[in-house]
Ligand binder design. Structure first.
Ligand code: FUB
Length: 316
């Protein structure tokens, strides 16, 4: 029998009936979880945090883990490295993989070389969800000068891709601004203009999903008063992928000690899950930090009107 604890003071819903405990993978620092369900397996795409003391981030490769029971996680060799992208210099940041055309497409942000300074988003392809992935274009899909505002050099990060029921795939992304564009059926070119859909208090880490006829844009957000500098997760909903988006408020509390937080949502074997990261893991003498994060997972529950019940990120 599963039990759900609801805090009287916050009304937040705690996922204590989960089979495993957080963080879910304890031998490697990982961040920015992006789940993908294929048949009876959930694949979790992540980036690999390797920051040494004094470094903010040190991320060179993307990894995948899989589970069939949400308890045990299988590791694989790294699926893509910065060195595999001829146009990229560094910063293997938040990925997402999707399945289409009988293939798997991995969308990744990275620091572009000096021909297009700033962060950019590329796409790699594989016949298998566990890779290895190969750069699908030999060039970035989205570069800093393509986005309308281009206010800072790390604007073009955190890709999320949703294939709608009519088969059209959309990519959204961005830091401080959230952009969206249609993808061509080949999944490796944009199809039409880039438009801005930035919801209130948006910071980064968008995740697009659809449930019934409602579209969700879930993202890392920050307290507009500036009192809390840690990110939390908030979301907006819309009746169409093209909006209008309605802000629905906070989904989680603020990241305890990782400053960043990053949502990834999946429906798996009849349950909905919200993947996040925090800095609660210690490995040997390496304590969790902004650049040494760990993946957590909680149940995600919906109200009858489609809004999502607030979630507490549980520990251990
Ligand atoms: O992991 C590097 C960056 O930190 C990601 O791109 C953001 O979403 C934040 O998690």
């Amino acid at each position: 029998v599963s039990t759900v604890a609801v805090s009287a003071s916050t009304g937040l819903c705690q996922g204590r009936d989960l089979p495993g405990s957080n963080p879910i993978i304890r031998d490697t620092f990982l961040a920015d979880p992006a789940p993908l369900v294929v048949g009876d397996t959930l694949y979790l795409y992540v980036d690999h945090d390797e920051a040494r003391d004094g470094e903010m981030f040190n991320m060179r490769e993307w990894m995948v883990y899989s589970t069939t029971d949400m308890k045990t996680w299988k590791a694989y060799p790294p699926i893509l490295n910065i060195a595999d992208l001829t146009w990229a210099k560094k910063d293997a940041w938040a990925p997402q993989a999707v399945q289409k055309n009988g293939k798997f497409y991995l969308y990744v942000p990275a620091e572009h070389d000096d021909t297009h300074p700033g962060k950019a988003i590329g796409v790699a392809v594989s016949d298998s969800p566990t890779g290895p992935f190969k750069d699908a274009r030999g060039s970035a899909l989205i570069t800093n000068e393509m986005t309308p505002k281009g206010e800072h050099s790390w604007e073009d990060i955190d890709p999320t891709v949703l294939t709608d029921r009519d088969g059209t795939s959309w990519i959204a992304w961005g830091n401080r601004q959230c952009y969206i564009a249609k993808l061509k059926p080949n999944m490796i070119e944009l199809d039409g203009p880039i438009t801005e859909i930035t919801p209130p208090h948006y910071v980064e880490g968008p995740w697009l999903h659809r449930r019934g006829d409602l579209y969700y844009l879930t993202y890392a957000s920050m307290d507009p008063t500036g009192k809390d500098r840690n990110e939390h997760v908030a979301y907006a909903t819309a009746p169409s992928i093209q909006g209008p988006w309605t802000y629905r408020g906070k989904l989680t509390g603020s990241a305890a000690n990782s400053f960043t937080i990053h949502p990834g949502i999946a429906e798996f074997k009849g349950q909905s899950y919200l993947f996040l990261h925090n800095a609660s893991l210690t490995i040997g003498d390496q304590k969790g930090a902004l650049g040494r994060r760990a993946i957590t997972v909680e149940h995600l529950r919906y109200n009858p009107d489609g809004t999502m019940k607030p979630v507490i990120q549980t520990q251990a």
